[in-house]
Design a binder for this molecule. Sequence first.
Ligand SMILES: *Cc1c(COP(=O)(O)O)cnc(C)c1O
Length: 392
Amino acid sequence: MKSLGKFGGFGGIFVPETLMPALEELENAFLKFKKDKKFNSELNELLKKYAGRPTPLSFCENLSKKLGCKIYLKREDLLHTGAHKINNALGQALLAKYIGKNRLIAETGAGQHGVAAAAAGAKLNFQTDVYMGTKDIERQKLNVLRMKLLGANVKPVDSGSKTLKDAINEALRDWTANVTNTHYLLGSVLGPHPYPSMIKFFQSVIGKETKKQILEAEGRFPDLIVACVGGGSNAIGIFNEFINDKKVKLVGVEAGGAGIESGKHASRFNDKKLGRIGIIHGTKTFVLQDKYGQIHNTYSVAAGLDYCAVGPEHSILRQMKRVHYTYATDKEAIEAFKILSKEEGIIPALESAHAVAHVIKIAKTMKKDDIIVINISGRGDKDLDQIGEIIT
Ligand SMILES: *Cc1c(COP(=O)(O)O)cnc(C)c1O
């Protein structure tokens, strides 16, 4: 490998020997094609004509008035398949095609990444198999149907907690057995090198557009950018372009679930007892674990934030104090979901509503001309059944 994929003391490559050739092949291809003209123009064409990029940066007149500072939304909710995940799915699928693979596998929890991978697989002519826990299959029937219509096989995983982490284990097992023709299309900035760097590359289009758009609208950079953090791909995607501009404050919002003290949450950084450094799914990072180092079962109203580990680069960004990581509870996110819908006519994903909730909380500490950009990672249509049950 050209790199060890380290982010300070985090990241790395913790995998069985049998996977090393595949990771090496992937790293080589990524390093080569990320600079390749033909690859990039083909990817840009897909992002533009298929996924719907660039997404707008929308000024929120009503919410700004209500909260007393200038609020803009980066509209990843308007993308094909409903969230930022399609940026990464198309990037990796195209890369897999360049390497010469004919099969994609993916893991999915809520089904959002599975749907994006299935769409990219259909568009670029792959056989696509998506691993999904049986508990999630039961909870996310609509996305299971979407994946099937898009031509993917949904492979049920009945082991462990029957959710996302078990689906990742199964996908890794499949990849080990089928590396010659198969690409593992991982969904967030997690896993062994080169995944965290590669997925950041595919998602950083969000921040690149935001930079241009805010300069056009305001003639300067924002004072604050806020994004929700599951694995951390939409957050790193919008943060990356601004990392070197120290005046731009960056805040990541984790799922506070029923509250940190309850233990029912997915806040790797804000629970001092359960959130500790560990190794999972090929990478070293902050992981929610019990005193024996066994994975602590996570919980959030937002399925996309409900994962026990966070991308390794976030761990170093936190250590360096470049990004501040906080959380919003289910209750705060649901309130924000309702407020944004009513004030601006935009129904955000419950995941993105966590970022909105943080802004509602801190707006009073901002000045009138301060500019905040919130990354709206996805749209809320997928959450309506769930919200209906909660608010009626
Ligand atoms: C999957 C998902 C997330 C969480 O994933 P990240 O890698 O943290 O971005 C956030 N928002 C939406 C809408 C999602 O579908």
